[in-house]
Design a protein around this ligand. Structure first.
Ligand code: RUB
Length: 309
């Protein structure tokens, strides 16, 4: 697939979920580098810069995207020849994709260890990392059930219940506003992440913070399944994670909205869950408390050369 096509599919959410966005972006950069004619190091670097810009402009919230782009293009401007720069892009893209896949397996093992036989797990949206733990626990022979939310307005919950159903996992499907009502039936909450800030706050699909609040009230543990490349080193320098706001028409059809001139529809698609409502963040490097976010960034992400302004 061409780079422009990948960028378009990320924008229109045919490619979605922070991990998948990152892996597809890395593959797109690698394949794009392959299609560029040999025209010298400077031309190659400028083409790759433009490619990175195009990908980064697609969706603003998932930091897996800039982290993946950064890891794939890391050090290429210091290359001495065009061949060396090309080699770096390919090696680093392949390495990122492989380590992202390995990370999911490790996260699944840690999450599954926390899921005991007979438990009911509540999840939100469609997170590959969160689902990996649930699926592995089932493969290990544990009898578990899941409560899955609808996830308005895009209904990513449909993808989640389809996967759970395919694995014959008993699942209760609820509307987003029923989360507090059903929290008493859950033993554990597992969600994914689009970004983890240096304070240990987690940015994930809108509604996650309400679920965490309801879990806190009901004294249920909240696990966030997040590969280390979901941590956002730019928050060390005071930058905020931009919360994507998508078109109002995703929430209310234009023909109805037109009849309601005093009504403004808002559609932020992610929210921020403060660290105090999260028990553990499960990364491939282990399950850590949110307070360890800085250490994860320091040990797993090269952030010294990131934009500090
Ligand atoms: C997806 C979403 C997911 C995270 C983690 O939002 O919020 O929980 O991206 O997913 P959207 P994963 O559908 O708007 O992209 O664990 O698969 O990386």
């Amino acid at each position: 697939m061409s780079l422009a096509k990948t960028a378009e599919q990320i924008k229109t959410m045919e490619i979605r979920g922070a991990g998948k966005i990152a892996r597809e972006a890395a593959a797109a950069l690698r394949d794009h580098a392959d299609t560029l004619p040999k025209a010298g190091l400077a031309a190659f670097l400028s083409e790759m810069d433009a490619a990175a810009e195009l990908l980064l402009a697609t969706r603003p919230t998932a930091v897996s995207l800039p982290n993946a782009v950064h890891l794939v293009l890391n050090g290429i401007s210091a290359a001495e020849t065009e061949e060396e720069a090309r080699r770096l892009v390919k090696t680093q893209a392949d390495r990122f994709i492989q380590s992202s896949t390995d990370a999911l397996q490790r996260i699944a093992e840690i999450c599954a260890a926390r899921i005991k036989d007979g438990m009911t797990v509540m999840t939100h949206c469609n997170s590959k990392a969160a689902l990996a733990g649930i699926l592995l626990a089932t493969e290990q022979g544990k009898n578990i059930s899941v409560i899955a939310t609808e996830v308005r307005p895009w209904n990513q919950g449909l993808l989640t219940i389809k996967t759970l159903n395919d694995h014959e996992i008993p699942t209760t499907y609820i509307v987003d506003s029923a989360v507090r009502t059903f929290m008493k039936e859950a033993d554990l909450v597992i969600v994914g992440a689009d970004a983890v800030t240096v304070s240990g706050a987690v940015v994930n699909k809108i509604g996650t913070s309400q679920i965490a609040l309801a879990a806190h009230e009901a004294r249920k543990n909240v696990l966030v399944a997040a590969e280390t490349y979901k941590f956002a080193p730019q928050t060390l320098y005071g930058q905020h994670i931009e919360i994507e706001e998508r078109p109002a028409s995703e929430v209310l059809a234009d023909d109805i909205a037109e009849t309601l001139p005093f009504v403004t529809v808002r559609n932020p698609v992610f929210d921020v869950t403060p660290a105090r409502y999260i028990d553990l963040i499960v990364t491939e490097a282990g399950a850590v408390p949110p307070a360890a976010a800085y250490t994860i960034m320091k040990e797993h992400l090269a952030f010294d050369d990131l934009e500090r302004s």
